[in-house]
Write a protein that binds this ligand. Structure first.
Ligand code: NAD
Length: 326
């Protein structure tokens, strides 16, 4: 039996592929390489380049390999772009996921682990965010993920699909092999590290007048190894017959932009110039996860919650791979 990993050549998916392999699981990766990198996963992994919405291709994969479960990482994830090009996001993240699910269910593959996001919550009404928090996304990216969540709940009732939808907060860090190489890059930690490497002059701090201790926005940063472990636990949970669940995944700790920059200065020994810029529309002051349910249902506990360790691992990867996967 094998695990189909969509988006397995991407940042988080590649870390999960690495851990699945270490555990001796058989893995088949499907990625269209629009944003992923073939080099991020071992040559030994069975790899198909293509779209998850290509029903013929997915059907062929399912005919060839005995697929037990699907970990579905593939998506486009640029919030700003999703506002400008919603069609691209609804088509890729929602419509193509429905096509993937159609083929999986038709071949009786009914264990599904979905990369959802805290962006499905929208404007926070209380903190930390638990699973009961109302969901009303504020951008098409968040909606495209929320719509998949709704479809999963209905597919469970109608077709017996069993899923775990993991709502990640801010993924970060690296393993020795897998690191963050998005093009364009929009995430805070790699951008700070580019500034440390002299690839950019400074890092922009969007807003220093938030109601937080130092005025900069606070986020919950979660190491990709901890995310990956949550996927392995979710797989075991489904194997044991667990019911479908939506689960928030974060450290439960928040770090402000200034604290992240300070930690990066300490880890890298570089000055890292920070420039204050206006707030970005739709950026809440604080986003922190309540991950009690992840602990209770999956037995998940983050192993790398410290921001300095997260940055240290990311820094090691960026120093070892100054041009990313190129
Ligand atoms: N990075 C974060 O902080 C974060 C936070 C919350 C949720 N997520 C979700 O986690 C998942 C992985 O994120 P990531 O940061 O690794 O992104 P990524 O862009 O590095 O990886 C996504 C991968 O999916 C592939 N892909 C996209 N559309 C595809 C399609 N139609 N068919 C086949 N392959 C396709 C891309 O080529 C890429 O390799 C995404 O679903 C994202 O929405 C990420």
């Amino acid at each position: 039996m094998a695990i189909l990993v969509t988006g397995g050549a991407g940042y988080i998916g590649s870390a999960a592929v690495e851990d699945l392999e270490k555990k001796g699981e058989k893995v088949v990766v499907l990625d269209n390489l629009v944003y992923g990198h073939r080099e991020s996963i071992s040559k030994n992994v069975v790899f198909y380049e293509g779209d998850i919405g290509d029903k013929t291709l997915v059907g062929q994969i399912l005919n060839e390999y005995e697929i037990e479960a699907c970990m579905h990482f593939s998506a486009y994830a640029y919030v700003g772009e999703s506002v400008e090009q919603p069609q691209k996001y609804y088509e890729n993240n929602f419509v193509q996921t429905l096509k993937l699910l159609e083929v999986l269910i038709s071949k009786n593959v009914k264990k599904f682990i979905f990369s959802s996001t805290c962006a499905t919550f929208g404007e926070p009404q209380y903190m930390p965010l638990d699973e009961k928090h109302p969901q009303f996304p504020v951008n098409p990216y968040g909606w495209s993920k929320f719509m998949v969540e709704r479809a999963l709940a209905d597919y469970d009732k109608a077709y017996g699909l069993k899923f775990v939808a993991l709502r990640y907060f801010n993924a970060c860090g690296a393993t020795e092999r897998c690191g963050e190489h998005h093009d364009p890059e929009t995430h805070l930690i790699p951008l700070i590290l580019y500034a440390a490497q002299g690839k950019r002059e400074s890092i922009s701090v969007f807003g220093n007048d938030y109601p937080t201790p130092d005025g900069t926005a606070i986020r919950d940063y979660i190491h990709i190894s901890d995310l990956s472990q949550a996927h392995l636990l979710a797989l075991e949970y489904l194997r044991k017959g667990g019911v479908s669940e939506f689960i928030n995944l974060g450290n439960g700790m928040g770090f402000s932009v200034t604290e992240v920059i300070e930690a990066a200065r300490k880890v890298t020994g570089k000055e890292i110039k920070a420039v204050i810029a206006p707030r970005r529309a739709g950026d809440p002051s604080r986003l922190i996860a309540n991950s009690t349910k992840a602990h209770e249902v999956l037995g998940w506990n983050p192993q790398f919650p410290e921001i300095e360790k997260i940055i240290e691992d990311a820094w090691k990867w960026h120093e070892a791979n100054p041009n990313g996967y190129k």
